[in-house]
Write a protein that binds this ligand. Structure first.
Ligand code: B12
Ligand code: SF4
Length: 498
């Protein structure tokens, strides 16, 4: 069968497509795990943000797919609807399968989306379910036997039982198929970038995170042999930067240290690595872990700081993962210690913070912004976002604090909840006003990292960061409100990809 796999073009504030365009890890993995007789194409539509309609039409015409699969996050749901409608119009007989976080956690939203265009939902991990679905479609097997699949029944979906999460240790999930990608242009500020997984899952239960509902609290890891082969394959396909997309690679610090050594021993430390990490793991093991990370090529570390105030951390259920320990005893917040360990080893900190929690006052939000200004290299500040089925969503709903049910706005930098003390728009204004200047400061680092790219694109990067602003608004605080309104209008317009 001909299979076309698409990821959505939508990007968000901190990942402007001008500078950052990464492959979707799910689609490569799905492509690597279908039976070999299928012809699979993977198209990451973030590579063609300005030409989504033409690209989808061309791919559907040229490939004549029997099955089209879409990977969808919550804030991309409207775009997914448009793409499904387009596929239906051009290729009515293609079966449409949706998967990823949004369809898995909000399958009810897909019953009528785009006139009920989705034929199947793959819930949770997709490799085996999708492989079995293709077999059933080709050979006429029983759809009811496929765990993790939802299929049409009457006016809705029939949900088969969940599929247990894969133990990655048994080699049951094969390597991704990067050769299936049919669009080019992946970049991380001018360097070709790829994604690699070394593990899946997390045993924490932060209230804002979709992981727990998606797969439960567990942790499974691939063998180092497989990880190294995967990195080599990414390099062979041109990558110079690798983003390790593990949910929480720092859950097992000894393993992470061993992985750094394995990367060094395999001669793969000439690549540049990015990773997400917990502050507690870096703080408590920084003396050994951070130098190893640096030697292995790690350059940017996304730290899940979440918030610097204890009350907020409690609300986010993120206290434990941000607590440092000494001699087995709690020893305060781990954040500064973690940042220091990374800085001493010449790594940059992307600071993940969440501002606008239910009891936040203006002062609480300002305190976090000031912290980011002083301590992090690149800000990744978000607002709490009520993604389907997260515990946080229930809290916000119970307290009547959700101000928008329009999931298109659920991109993390649009404030869709208010606090008990501050209006949503004001929370967003405070973040927007502060963050632009932090990003400007990091442009100098970006210029050292990729001088050619910044020379060619620096002005456009600046224009994106400061879109909506004018000279007057930069000098006159009263004009800032109008600039903020212009920024929001521009961002809304950017979201119309079709
Ligand atoms: C890597 C990552 C990113 C990268 C994306 C790189 C890329 N191009 O893929 C970056 C840093 C850019 C990013 C940004 C954002 N991300 Co992000 N990201 C992740 C992360 C860490 C891992 C995702 C991954 O690659 N996993 C590995 C693959 C193999 O697994 P998978 O994606 O789950 O796919 C499997 C199944 O879902 C399923 N599947 C998926 N798609 C499909 C499609 C079909 C057809 C089928 C059959 C099956 C299927 O099968 C796959 C294989 O088993 C997750 C989880 C986490 N711990 O935080 C968040 C996560 C996906 N991100 C999330 C969000 C919200 C965002 C942002 C909006 C804001 C933010 N919080 O940072 C932005 C917006 C992205 C954008 N488009 O601009 C949320 C999604 C929540 C939701 N309900 O939609 C997650 C779950 C984190 C969270 N807060 O809970 N992200
Ligand atoms: S530690 Fe990270 S991956 Fe784990 S539940 Fe918290 S936010 Fe999610």
């Amino acid at each position: 069968m001909n299979v076309l796999l698409l990821s959505m073009p939508d990007s968000f504030e901190h990942m402007p497509a001008l500078a950052i365009r990464m492959p979707n890890g799910a689609l490569g993995s799905l492509a690597g795990n279908v039976d070999p007789d299928h012809r699979v194409a993977v198209a990451d539509l973030v590579l063609v943000q300005g030409r989504v309609r033409e690209t989808v039409e061309r791919l559907v015409r040229d490939m004549a797919p029997d099955v089209v699969g879409l990977s969808v996050m919550t804030f991309q749901r409207r775009t997914a609807a448009g793409i499904m409608a387009l596929v239906r119009a051009f290729r009515p007989r293609a079966r449409i399968v949706v998967g990823g976080y949004d369809p898995s956690l909000a399958p009810e939203a897909y019953v009528d989306l785009a006139g009920g265009a989705a034929d199947f939902i793959v819930r949770g991990e997709g490799e085996i379910t999708f492989r079995e679905l293709l077999r059933a479609l080709e050979g006429g097997g029983d759809l009811g036997d496929i765990a993790g699949l939802s299929h049409r029944s009457g006016t809705g979906f029939r949900h088969n039982p969940d599929r247990p999460v894969s133990g990655l240790e048994d080699g049951g999930i094969r390597l991704p198929n990067r050769a299936a990608r049919v669009l080019a242009g992946y970049t991380l500020v001018g360097r070709a970038v790829d994604v690699v997984e070394t593990s899946r899952g997390c045993t924490f239960d932060c209230s804002f995170c979709s992981i727990v509902e998606m797969r439960g609290r567990n942790f499974h890891a691939y063998s180092f042999d497989r990880v190294l082969t995967d990195i080599r394959d990414a390099r062979a396909h041109g990558a110079r930067s690798i983003f390790l997309v593990d949910d929480n690679i720092t859950l097992n610090v000894r393993r992470f240290e061993a992985l750094c050594r394995a990367i060094i021993d395999a001669g793969l430390a000439d690549l540049e690595y990015l990773v997400q990490a917990m502050t507690s793991a870096i703080a408590d093991h920084g003396e050994t872990l951070a130098p190893l990370m640096r030697r292995a090529g790690f350059r940017y570390v996304f730290l899940g700081i979440e918030n610097i105030l204890e009350d907020d951390l409690r609300f986010l259920r993120a206290s434990a993962k941000n607590r440092s320990r000494e001699n087995g005893r709690p020893a305060g917040n781990a954040t500064l210690k973690a940042i220091d360990a990374l800085h001493r080893n010449r790594m940059y900190v992307v600071g993940g913070l969440i501002v606008g929690n239910p009891d936040d006052t203006r002062e609480a939000i300002e305190a976090n912004l000031e912290f980011a200004r002083r301590h992090v290299d690149y800000p990744y500040i978000q607002h709490p976002t009520p993604y389907p089925r997260t515990p946080m969503t229930r809290d916000f709903r119970d307290r009547g604090l959700i101000i928008s049910e329009d999931v298109e706005d659920y991109d993390g930098t649009t404030a869709v909840v208010r606090t008990e003390h501050v209006a949503a728009e004001e929370v967003e204004f405070l973040r927007w006003r502060a963050e632009r200047w932090m990003k400007l400061r990091h442009l100098a680092v970006a210029a050292r990292h990729s001088p050619g790219f910044v020379l060619r694109n620096g002005l456009r990067m600046l224009a994106h960061t400061f879109r909506g602003s004018s000279l007057r608004s930069l000098l006159d605080r009263r004009a800032e409100r109008q600039a903020f309104a212009r920024y929001r209008a521009l961002r809304r317009a950017e979201r119309a990809y079709l």
